[in-house]
Design a protein around this ligand. Structure first.
Ligand SMILES: [Zn+2]
Ligand SMILES: [Zn+2]
Length: 500
């Protein structure tokens, strides 16, 4: 499921969903798993192979995704009906999501599975998200065997809770991601110190810290750091401060982390578990489920932490918390993840003075802070190390990154290490047995028409607003002086705010 804008056309999978025998899934992130319900809706009834933690996470994430699809369709339909337009169909329904969830076949890491005659696979920890994996596929035909590795997303080192990415010994062909194929991560900040300072300053002025967070992964990292801060008494004068996690999805995901601790946690997290400590829980942690519980948080007068989704403030309960807290100068809104353009989160980070929430204008008086999380993705150095560790590779195929990032990483592997590396576009074909590229697809850019027409609609709205303003000024001749002064002031203020 594409997140953000797609620049090139994707070729259809050359088989009807009903003819596909099985799917191999590396991890639960929605850009990898999000269209499985659509595949099910199209007639796919085969098996979906993944690790156990991935299957568990998909069970909550795909239902959440279907809920969002249905909710959006409902909202659009209400608008469409008023305009007398056709009904809008959701991409898929809750039934499709449940259908897909029932097809999952969970597996342990490092355990070979025969998924079909001549096709053996196993999952290797990719250190990217709980349950994430690279998949090693052994293909045998007429006595000849080739090993293909599909990297999935490769994790960053030193992430809390989960293990480091595992290196793979050998393969004939490697298909690997390149999200950070041309970028190096900055040195990570000491999260515990940085977070402590935000809590201390905010609590001391009687405010609360609101954290818009991604439900799966980032929320559990925050809990890990908060447990340590509480355990080491790093915040002074506010003993037992409450931490609310107000997101049903986040709370379900937190349980899945705990249930998969033995197969997925790193040594540090496991050492807590062995001492009887849950590394993502602590006294003062309150997990809210019902919407009444959620509303009750506003009645708690103590300085507190509220973690809620969605991470970019586009949906979910975080919007209610922003409405209640954004206008109070004693509070802090702390952003801990990437904010895509055109999201509410991005506009707050970029200094919006007022925002719209549930049709109401809310002023931004709270302190706005950004603490970028530990990235889940390896940077170009991490990717290079991962690629280099595999021996006997005849060719690397670089995918899952912007075109420039994929090209740049393929170049690096070619020029620095003399590897055969190729960044194919959608539709390219390669013969694994002969080692030949049989179709070298060219990129097909998606015309930007729809986007541009959107801009011109907005611009024409703006022009008609300007006509209305001109009309208002014209008709103001003869008004009371005080009123004219007030209007002049308002217009000047508006211009001051918007002039670059
Ligand atoms: Zn991912
Ligand atoms: Zn991804």
């Amino acid at each position: 499921m594409e997140q953000g804008e797609d620049t090139f056309e994707n070729v259809q999978i050359p088989a009807a969903p009903g003819d596909i025998d099985f799917v191999l899934l590396t991890h639960a992130h929605i850009d990898h798993s999000g269209l499985l319900p659509l595949l099910f809706a199209g007639g796919f009834k085969g098996e979906i192979h993944s690790t156990t933690a991935t299957a568990n996470l998909c069970s909550v994430m795909l239902r959440d995704s279907a809920h969002i699809q249905e909710f959006e369709a409902e909202w659009r339909n209400r608008k469409a009906q008023r305009r007398g337009e056709d009904n809008y169909e959701p991409l898929y329904t809750m039934d499709d999501a449940i259908g897909a969830i029932e097809l999952f076949v969970p597996h342990e890491y490092e355990t070979p599975v025969d998924v079909a005659e001549g096709i053996q696979i196993y999952f290797c920890d990719a250190g990217h998200l709980l349950g994430s994996s690279s998949i090693i596929i052994k293909l045998t035909e007429n006595g000849e065997t080739r090993t293909v590795v599909f990297s999935g997303d490769i994790g960053n080192k030193n992430q809390p809770l989960i293990r480091e990415p595992n290196y793979i010994e050998s393969a004939d062909y490697v298909i690997m991601e390149s999200t950070y194929g041309n970028r190096v991560h900055e040195r990570p900040t000491d999260y515990v110190i940085a977070l402590t300072s935000v809590l201390q300053t905010t609590f001391d002025r009687g405010g609360s810290v609101i954290i818009p967070s991604f439900a799966v992964g980032r929320t559990q990292e925050m809990l890990y750091f908060l447990r340590q801060i509480k355990h080491d008494n790093l915040v002074s004068g506010h003993d037992g401060f409450p931490v609310y996690v107000d997101s049903p999805l986040a709370n379900e995901a937190t349980d899945i982390f705990m249930n998969n601790r033995e197969s997925c946690y790193d040594e540090e997290a496991l050492s807590f578990v062995r001492r009887g400590i849950n590394p993502i829980s602590f006294e003062g942690l309150i997990r809210t489920v019902s919407s009444d519980d959620s509303r009750a948080i506003n009645d708690d007068p103590r300085p507190k932490v509220i973690i809620s989704a969605s991470g970019m403030c586009e949906a979910g309960r975080i919007k209610h918390h922003l409405k209640h807290n954004l206008w109070k100068p004693e509070n802090t809104v702390l952003f801990v993840g990437y904010q895509a353009s055109n999201t509410l989160g991005r506009s707050i980070v970029e200094g919006a003075k007022k925002v719209k929430l549930f049709g109401e204008t809310v002023k931004v008086a709270a302190e706005i802070k950004v603490l970028p999380g530990v990235s889940g993705h390896a940077d170009v150095n991490g990717l290079t190390e991962w690629a280099k560790a595999i021996t006997g590779v005849k060719k690397y195929f670089i995918n899952h990154g912007e075109a420039t990032s994929a090209e740049s990483f393929a170049n690096r592997l070619r020029e620095e290490f003399g590897f055969e590396a190729y960044a194919p576009y959608s539709g390219a074909e390669f013969d694994i047995l002969t080692g030949e590229i049989t179709i070298d697809a060219a990129p097909k850019p998606i015309p930007k028409k729809e986007h541009q027409s959107n801009i011109s609609v907005c611009y024409s709205d703006l022009l008609s607003a300007s006509n209305r303003l001109a009309q208002l000024i014209k008709l103001s001749d003869g008004r009371a002086n005080a009123d004219m002064r007030k209007l002049t002031e308002a217009i000047n203020k508006l211009c001051d705010e918007w002039e670059i």
